[in-house]
Structure formats: C-alpha cells, structure tokens
Design a protein around this ligand. Structure first.
Ligand code: MN
Ligand code: MN
Length: 327
C-alpha cells in the first residue's frame, strides 16, 4: 500500500508521502491524498463537485471543494477515537473536480456529474464526493444505483424531499424525492437526522413520511442522543448497500455558518462524529459532504468542519471497502 502513496518530487528527486509532509506545504488535495489521473489503481476516489446551481437561497457551495481541500490538510492518518487508519487498507486518491461543462443549465449540469460518476463506478472505485449543493447527490445516485435502489443515512436540517420549486424539480430541496421516484433510493431504508427550522407549508416533508422514510426531527434527536438514534438507523438500513450524505447545515450554524440555508438549533460536531463513527460495519458504497459555502464563512471554519466530516466518512467507508476486498 505504501508504494501507492509515494510520489517523486521533480524539485528534489526525493520520494515523499504527501500526507506526512508539514501540513502547510504542497499543493492541497483532499486529506493530502495523492492526486490521481487514472482510476485503475484507486479503491476510494475523493471527488470535488463544484456546482451550486440548485440552491434556493445563498449560493457559494461551488467554492466548497477547493476550501475543503485547503482545510483538510489538518487531518492526519489515524482516527484517535476508533483507531481506524483508512490509508492503511485502501488506495485513496483525490480524483480532482467533476468538470461541469454546462453550468448554466441545471439538468445538463447534473448529467455532467452523472457521467463522471458513471466512469468512477464502472472502474469499481467507491466515490466520496464534496459538493456543491445537495442537488449533486441525485446524479451520483443515478450513477451508483444501477442494480437497484440503495439505502441512505442522511444528516441535514432539511429532508430534501420537496417538489417543484419555481419551475424546477431538480433544486437542492428535492433530490431524495426524485431519487425515490427514479427507483434509485429505497425509502424504507432511509433515515433523515437533524430535521428542523420553520416552514411555509406544514406538509413540506410529507413525501418522506408517506414513502416510509424515518425522519428524526431535531427535538427527538436532542432527547434521545446520537448513540440511540444511530442504533435505530443501523437497524433500518440493515445489510444492504447504503450511502452516507452529510449536509453541513445539519450542524448548528455555530459550527457551520458557511452554508446556503442555515437553521439554528442543530447538532454539534462531536455528535456528528459519534454518529458517523457508529456507521462502521454497514455495507457502505459511497458518501458525500455537501453545502459548504466558503463565501459565508471567511474564517474557514465551515470548510474545516467539512474536512473533518469527510475524514470520518472516509474512515467507515474504507472499513467497508477493506472488508469487501478481503478474501
Ligand atoms: Mn440538504
Ligand atoms: Mn439542508
């Protein structure tokens, strides 16, 4: 595995491992993984999706991947809480950003994203994406759920199962309704955690309930706590293929102010970490961290939080990938 991470410097001729350099040094990649231009040796691909044409309020998440790359140099190899070292058992690379060739056409931009993830999926590379707004998860599902509907553990202030909004079906408030309609998501294997905020329509998230998704509103989460909530989530998604999607607005804006649709009264970072770590052992087939909008957080903290969540998702996904690779 070590060989995969070694790169020879053109400047010194020395073989180096980027993750072990001083963290202020080098060209930033996600978690200081090597940048890869080919898919064939990669187990897990870290992929930027710089698109925010689906936002309903504040744009800016198109700048998420670059800032998360920058802040992610703070992350080290070993998860101190769990002992996991994702880099020890998997070949993890930054595959760069999806080229959005038609950024002014929402549905065509989603097609661009789908095509890129289809290439990744065809090469048997497990994707971990960094958005971008939450509309980008739909084309990822179209690419990876080719053989049947998948399950989902979803952290968010919003269910994102709305409908047509000002003439579009494909904004960031509706990807999971579309995914169920398209046969990509099994709603009975979906859990949505952290839901809150005010509404104009009391039935905004009716689709989640009617389709059989488990919706954990923030009040219930606060009363039951992260361990109990995630234990139930594990029961619901079971052994089937499952995707993890983390919208940073699921966190309280104290931790993640740089996002498009913040909602006060959210979860803490440590609660999110406890829940993500507790996904270990599930049949995880991919994940994403979305809605980091750096222009609304000049401190960089939201991007650092996004990088931290990306690392936690990587730890449990790498465990799943390593388990499937083992004879
Ligand atoms: Mn969302
Ligand atoms: Mn949200």
């Amino acid at each position: 595995m070590g060989h995969f991470y070694e790169r020879k410097s053109a400047l010194t001729g020395e073989v180096r491992v980027s993750r072990h350099e001083p963290r202020y040094m080098g060209v930033p990649t996600f978690l200081r993984a090597p940048y890869a231009e080919a898919l064939d040796e990669v187990d897990i691909g870290l992929i930027g999706v710089p698109f925010d044409g689906g936002v309903t309020n504040r744009p800016g998440a198109r700048h998420g991947p670059r800032e998360v790359r920058n802040q992610s140099s703070l992350m080290r190899d070993i998860n101190q809480a769990t002992g996991a070292n994702p880099f020890a058992g998997c070949r993890i690379a930054d595959l760069g950003d999806v080229a959005i060739n038609r950024p002014f056409h929402l549905e065509q931009a989603l097609d661009d994203i789908q095509e890129a993830f289809e290439r990744v999926s065809a090469a048997h590379v497990v994707p971990l994406a960094v958005g971008g707004d939450h509309s980008v998860t739909l084309p990822i599902f179209r690419a990876i759920a080719k053989t049947g509907p998948i399950g989902m553990v979803h952290f968010d202030a919003h269910c994102d199962t709305g409908d047509d909004y000002f003439g579009s079906k494909f904004h960031h408030g509706a990807p999971f309704r579309r995914a169920v309609e398209e046969g990509l998501l099994d709603p009975k294997r979906c859990v949505q955690i952290g839901i809150r905020g005010s509404l104009n329509n009391p039935d905004l998230w009716k689709f989640s309930h009617d389709s059989g998704m488990r919706v954990v509103y923030m009040e219930e989460f606060y009363d039951r706590g992260p361990r109990e909530v995630i234990a139930e989530a594990r029961e619901i998604v079971g052994d089937g293929p499952t995707y993890v999607t983390f919208d940073v607005d699921g966190l309280d804006p104290v931790y993640a102010p740089g996002t498009g649709t913040p909602e006060c009264g959210g979860m803490t970072v440590v609660e999110a970490q406890i829940m993500l770590r507790a996904l270990k052992g599930l049949n995880l087939i991919g994940g994403d961290v979305v809605e980091v909008a750096p222009p609304f957080d000049p401190t960089g903290n939201t991007a650092m939080v996004g990088a931290t969540l990306l690392y936690e998702v990587l730890c449990v996904v790498a465990d799943a990938v390593g388990g499937r690779k083992a004879p």
